[in-house]
Design a protein around this ligand. Structure first.
Ligand SMILES: *Cc1c(COP(=O)(O)O)cnc(C)c1O
Length: 413
């Protein structure tokens, strides 16, 4: 994605606009599969919630990926994109038994993370094999909101509850065909990941009919030059070795599964916004863009720090700016950043905007959600139109107050 191509896209499709580079997504997919090439059966299930545009899902399908879904609507999007039900795993948390049954009816692999639901599901559908989400109670991940494996977490069934799981299996005669963990996002320490994997291997020995072990995701991607990231190659080398040993022990070749979101799409995306105004105050210079946390909420929600490049003036003198949005509430993208001199109407490019950006966008302040563009084989393709006024009122039911009759006066006694 060259700056000139990005400027051309902003010219053609307007701003703000999300842009994704298919070649970079493919590169990450290949990186992950080649790190685990010594594992005979590897399955990458893309975590739909990171970026759920149907064209992105189709792209993942073209690589041979499956899907990891967390809602019945994501399952439906996956089926719409052409995935077979068997290529989709459903890993919800806190949804109704009915939603899980609906997904099972569609033929999707079910992943259950609650003993009560496991017992109810197993009693009603003993012939549907299910995967179990284990909580290994390993503290991994960056922000507390994205670290989900710890003891207070709402996710997974505790490893201390394995005797209870086994009792449910015995009582219901249900089949467990997979076990799963997902300890959170932004894992830095491979040893922590490997430690959690050992817990998962030990757990796996309790289940005789496994077909796969799913190690979840949570790989940390770099946000800046020289930023730390999960060493996928080292993880691949070490975990593949242990996995292959485990399969020998277990007496069966199992599938090793991952479900990355951020790793596949974060760096492949960028967000283009136009500078509406440059505002000098007593303490700082604000660059105010035609967007806000309605379109990119991560800096305000998680404190994530996205690199910002002024692609209209990439060689200009560097100055300090606070980049903010137009939402009537504090919405700061960056504080006191060194950026090439900004003029009004310049296009700023926010990096690492592929994952959890568009998918978390809203209409707050009654703004339209942005357009999305995919660069595929060098060509830009519009994959979602910018919203229009019709979209804002589409589902509203308007009351015509002129025709409402006044309530009749009721005489009580
Ligand atoms: C969100 C999520 C993922 C993806 O996590 P990333 O950090 O984006 O790779 C994978 N599995 C489950 C169950 C999730 O909820």
């Amino acid at each position: 994605m060259s700056y000139s191509q990005l400027l051309e896209i902003a010219n053609t499709y307007g701003s703000p606009t999300y842009v994704y580079d298919a070649a970079l997504i493919e590169k990450q997919y290949q990186r992950l599969t080649s790190a685990f090439q010594s594992v005979k059966s590897l399955k990458i299930n893309y975590a739909v919630k990171a970026l759920s545009n149907v064209s992105i899902l189709k792209l993942m399908k073209s690589f041979g990926a499956g899907l990891d879904t967390v809602s019945i609507q994501e399952v439906q999007l996956g089926l719409h994109a052409g995935f077979k039900a068997q290529e989709i795993i459903f890993t919800p948390n806190g949804v109704s038994l009915h939603e899980i049954e609906t997904a099972a009816q569609l033929g999707v692999q079910i992943n259950i993370d609650n003993l009560s639901i496991l017992e109810q599901f197993g009693t009603k559908h003993p012939n549907t094999p299910v995967c179990i989400r284990i909580n290994p109670h390993v503290m991994a991940g960056g922000n507390t909101n994205i670290s989900v494996g710890h003891i207070d977490s709402k996710f997974g069934i505790s490893i201390h509850q394995i005797p209870h799981i086994l009792r449910i299996i015995e009582n219901t005669k249900m089949t467990i065909n997979g076990i799963h963990m997902h300890t959170g996002s932004d894992i830095l320490d491979i040893d922590v990941f490997l430690y959690a994997s050992e817990i998962l291997f030990n757990t796996a020995l309790h289940f005789k009919n496994l077909e796969f072990i799913d190690f979840g995701s949570g790989f940390k991607v770099p946000y800046h030059k020289n930023d730390i990231e999960t060493d996928i190659e080292e993880l691949g080398e070490k975990l593949s070795l242990r996995f292959n040993e485990f399969c020998k022990n277990y007496g069966k070749e199992l599938t090793l599964a991952f479900e990355p979101g951020k790793f596949l799409v974060s760096e492949a995306g960028c967000f283009l916004a136009k500078v509406n105004a440059v505002k000098q105050t007593t303490s700082t210079v604000f660059a105010q863009v035609d967007s806000g946390f309605n379109h990119l909420i991560r800096p305000m929600l998680y404190g994530s720090s996205h690199d910002i490049v002024n692609i209209s003036n990439p060689n200009g003198r560097e100055r300090f700016y606070s980049v903010v949005g137009y939402i009537c509430e504090t919405d700061t993208f960056a504080n006191n950043r060194r950026i090439n001199e900004i003029n009004e109407d310049d296009i700023l490019c926010f990096k690492n905007a592929g994952a959890y950006c568009y998918s978390m966008a809203s209409n707050y302040n009654s703004r339209y959600r942005p357009a999305e563009v995919l660069i595929y084989e060098g060509q830009a393709h519009l994959i979602r139109e910018r919203e229009r006024f019709e979209d804002l009122i589409k589902h509203q039911v308007e009351v015509d107050f002129g025709t409402i009759k006044p309530l009749e006066t009721v005489n009580v006694l």
